[in-house]
Design a binder for this molecule. Structure first.
Ligand code: NAD
Ligand code: UDP
Length: 342
């Protein structure tokens, strides 16, 4: 069975390619490398001892997508490709709408033309906005608080409309909570191009000494210690969620929606302490104002995925911190030193 992975060179995509190869799927990757390095895929091949086909292609160029479908008999698509920085999406919304929405429309049109109607889409817990209660279930009301989140919500709606028009489509909307961690080999991991926006990559850069201190965005929330609470999920657990979703797609389920989270929330201070313990490094931090747009707390009810997909997250907070640190210290400059021995 051949799977096209858009955005497969990226953080979650590369971990998913690895698990797909482990499960003996054939893998074709489409990525424009706008936020990733091809070296992630070389490393996936080294870890698994298996090969995959890489197309350096852009979803905004429809001819390039057509070429891939002409040269490969694709059975299903896992669609990760997209821009994902919330703050940047507020400053340059048109770029986000164009890349994420137009890119997805191009992909869906080509899939339709080639009669490939199975797709797993990377959605996000951001589509729940500020939830009225916790834990969050899949049928909670949806809203968007920034252009990035709106692209996720719009693509979910586009996919639902597509299914309404043609019931041959099988669509899984996977709403990720907060992906962190890295493969236990320390060979692949998250490698932000700029100063990280997200908590764990930021902590990791402070621990390695390339950033001086963490700013904790507010300690006056109505939470156990006043700092924000999130449902952090190990990226390998998340990747395995996709592996469990694929067989479901081939049972012709129509549109299915799953939260991929652990069901457990940790505060910013708990994350700092977890990372300190696993790295043995001090993490200097200061409390600053809340970050605009942040919510106090967010964690998943992951029972639906457990029941329908027989999937649940198994890795602990210690695993998430240990594996992030292992990747960071083996690759202080991420993929930029690709000829170093690991
Ligand atoms: P990432 O940036 O590491 O991966 C995305 C990949 O898509 C990159 O390799 C990038 O080069 C590629 N890409 C972007 N636009 C493209 C285009 N037009 N054509 C071809 N390739 C393109 O991000 P990630 O963290 O691996 O996220 C993967 C998906 O999961 C994204 O859709 C993201 O919105 C979603 N998601 C991520 C998180 C998170 O916190 N990491 C949370 C929820 C949802
Ligand atoms: N956070 C923080 N300092 C940072 C980055 C994040 O205190 O430099 C906090 C943020 O306010 C939130 C949590 O860490 O409570 C997770 O933030 P992240 O950006 O990783 O994820 P998201 O807000 O998208 O869930």
């Amino acid at each position: 069975m051949k799977i096209l992975v858009t955005g497969g060179a990226g953080y979650i995509g590369s971990h998913t390619c690895l698990e797909l190869l482990n499960e003996n799927y054939e893998v074709v990757v489409l990525d424009n490398l706008s936020n990733s390095f091809e070296d992630s895929l070389t490393r996936v091949k080294n870890i698994t001892g298996k090969s995959l086909d890489f197309y350096h292609a852009d979803l905004l160029d429809k001819e390039q997508i057509v070429k891939i479908f002409s040269e490969n008999k694709i059975d299903a698509v896992i669609h990760f490709a997209g821009l994902k920085a919330v703050g940047e999406s507020v400053s340059i919304p048109l770029k986000y709408f164009h890349n994420n929405i137009t890119g997805t429309l191009n992909l869906l049109e080509v899939m339709n033309d080639f009669n490939v109607k199975n797709i797993v889409f990377s959605s996000s817990a951001t589509v729940y906005g500020d939830p009225a209660s916790l834990p969050i279930k899949e049928d909670f009301p949806l809203s968007a608080t920034n252009p990035y989140g709106r692209t996720k919500l719009m693509i979910e709606e586009i996919l639902e409309d597509l299914f309404r028009s043609d019931q041959n489509w099988n669509i899984a909307l996977l709403r990720y909570f907060n992906p962190v961690g890295a493969h236990e080999s320390g060979l692949i991991g998250e490698d932000p191009f700029d100063i990280p926006n997200n908590l764990v990559p930021f902590i990791s850069k402070v621990a390695i000494g390339s950033l001086p201190e963490l700013s904790v965005f507010g300690n006056d929330y109505n939470t156990s210690d006043g700092t924000g609470i999130r449902d952090y999920i190990h990226v390998v657990d998340l990747a395995l969620g996709h592996i469990k979703t694929l067989p479901k797609l081939f049972t012709n389920p129509g549109v299915v929606i799953y939260n991929l989270g652990t069901g457990i929330g940790y505060s910013v201070l708990e994350m700092i302490n977890g990372f300190k313990e696993q790295s043995g490094k001090d993490i200097p931090y200061k409390i600053v104002d809340r970050r605009p747009g942040d919510i106090a707390a967010c964690w998943a009810d992951p029972k639906k995925a457990k029941k329908d997909l027989n999937w649940e997250a198994n890795k602990t907070l210690a695993d998430m911190c240990k594996d992030t640190w292992n990747w960071q210290k083996k690759n202080p400059n991420g993929y930029r030193e690709s000829n170093r021995e690991n």
